[in-house]
Design a protein around this ligand. Structure first.
Ligand SMILES: Cc1cc2nc3c(=O)[nH]c(=O)nc-3n(C[C@H](O)[C@H](O)[C@H](O)COP(=O)(O)OP(=O)(O)OC[C@H]3O[C@@H](n4cnc5c(N)ncnc54)[C@H](O)[C@@H]3O)c2cc1C
Length: 446
């Protein structure tokens, strides 16, 4: 293959990383250290033409393809043993058109890139809460974050895309052109092509009231209820996420991360939440949206991760008590339980415009096991699976963006519903009939 690798190098505007190269180890790894794969080569693309060349090379040499945006997918779909990685991490430009309030992000841009560009002119789209996450990967699976209640899921704000399909064709999707493809891109992942550009609707925003509230010990039960009640009242100007863990004495701890964008300098909903018993840290403050995007963070590539969860219609008292039991089931849990509220704009949006099917859910609950010692893999993966299994009676399905690689196709199918899955399969047949793009939550051709 060495002569043809030289040809590939000459054909690409970008570069090729091989196992012998010094940056191979960094380039092959993603966010989840549990996934340790060794691709035959990594094509660092700089243009749609480069992506087409990489697809062509993979086809000629019968190599499996993986697509890498921000490298954050917990399933590790961005890398593949002995295959070819189409790596977009050098394609990070974000252009903002203030007049039309549209941002155009290249296929490998992260939320750090996106927010820096849009906030420079006081605009925003609802993205993910950790800056290093890829814009494309997150958007194509839905997208839940600090502005979900205000402006909907990230994919609700996707208005157009440029895709390179495995046969090398460049396809555009918008409301006016290939509208069915745009519908699929709003939730069905990277099944149809490599997105080299994504276009988003923007909204004005500069400052928010946000930060973190931390509750500990016996007060956590009541604080969880207040968090739930607040979300149920569905304020459109307040998004809210929460995480359960334990403190040094192995008592439950609740971290709530609200993001309020209304006019009130001291919103009543947040006063009510922060007056719950057990408050040990009041980090609420008015700050820029860029500061809000730094409230939750996560180290890249250092930890092993296994996530599993369910969308639920409601957070009943019984379910909250179940979560409190699960968080202390091992004494010290590996990581925590994330609770994301979906109230507000996602529920109001027109469901027909995108394939995401979880709009009837009130919350997304995920057991997120995070650890470093490989000898604990089995124990901690079991904790995440058992915690998720305990939520099954309330389940409305799973979130494709958080699914591990071991999820059966039935769960992927269920995440969209049978009718939508049929439509997705018809699109797959049209854009990727050989299922070249199968390292994802896969929609196989019929
Ligand atoms: C620390 C962390 C924080 C997160 N926070 C959030 C959050 O706040 N909200 C939320 O909803 N989700 C969140 N996620 C989940 C995240 O949305 C998904 O894991 C998503 O797949 C990551 O996208 P990526 O581009 O970074 O990942 P990658 O691993 O690079 O890509 C994942 C998959 O997306 C597809 N893909 C990526 N880029 C492209 C492209 N340009 N064209 C076509 N397909 C592409 C490919 O199928 C690829 O295999 C988070 C994940 C992590 C690890």
């Amino acid at each position: 293959m060495s002569t043809s690798v030289d040809e590939l190098r000459r054909s690409l505007e970008g570069s090729v990383v091989l196992p012998v190269d010094p940056d191979y180890d960094t380039a092959r790894r993603g966010f989840n250290a549990l996934v340790d794969r060794r691709p035959a080569l990594i094509a660092r693309c700089l243009s749609p033409g480069d992506v087409a060349v990489a697809f062509d090379f993979a086809r000629t040499h019968e190599l499996q393809v993986a697509v890498r945006g921000g490298g954050h997918n917990p399933a590790g779909h961005c890398t593949v043993d002995d295959g070819l990685v189409i790596d977009l991490s050098l394609m990070r430009t974000v252009d903002v058109d203030c007049e039309t309030r549209i941002a155009r992000a290249a296929g490998g841009a992260t939320w750090l890139d996106f927010d820096a560009a849009t906030q420079a002119v006081g605009l925003v789209t609802p993205g993910g809460v950790v800056g290093s996450t890829g814009v494309a990967g997150l958007t194509l699976g839905g997208g839940i974050g600090h502005l979900t209640a205000q402006h909907g899921l990230t994919c609700d704000n996707l208005v157009g895309a440029e895709l390179v399909t495995p046969d090398g064709a460049v396809v555009h999707a918008s409301a006016a052109e290939n509208a069915e493809l745009l519908w699929a891109l709003r939730g069905a992942g990277g099944n149809f092509g490599v997105a080299t550009r994504l276009e988003f609707r923007l909204h004005p925003l500069e400052r928010v009231v946000g930060g973190r509230l931390v509750f500990s010990g016996r007060g956590v039960r009541e604080a969880l209820r207040r968090f739930r009640d607040l979300a149920v009242r569905s304020p459109r100007d307040l998004s809210c996420q929460a995480g359960l863990g334990v403190d040094e004495s192995l008592e439950p701890v609740l971290v709530v991360a609200p993001c309020y964008t209304g006019a009130d300098g001291d919103p009543e909903e947040l006063r009510e939440l922060s007056s719950a018993p057990g408050l040990v840290e009041d980090g609420l403050r008015a700050h820029t949206f860029l500061d809000q995007q730094r409230v939750l963070d996560s180290p890249y590539g250092e930890n092993r991760h296994y996530w599993k969860g369910h969308f639920v219609r409601e957070l009943s008292d019984e379910l909250l008590d179940e979560l409190l039991q699960r968080i202390v089931a091992l004494g010290r849990p590996p990581g925590g339980i994330l609770i994301e509220s979906l109230h507000g704009a996602p529920t109001d949006a027109d469901a027909a415009t995108g394939v995401v099917s979880f709009r009837k859910a009130a919350f997304n609950i995920s057991a997120m096991a995070t650890w470093q010692d490989a000898t604990l893999d089995e124990k901690y993966i079991a904790w995440a699976r058992e915690t998720a299994a305990a939520l099954e009676p309330w389940s409305l399905g799973g979130y494709v963006n958080y699914m591990q690689a071991d999820e059966p196709i039935e769960r992927v199918r269920a995440a969209f519903g049978t009718d939508a899955f049929d439509r997705l399969q018809a699109l797959k047949l049209r854009y990727d009939p050989e299922n070249v793009l199968r390292r994802n939550q896969n929609i196989p051709p019929p």
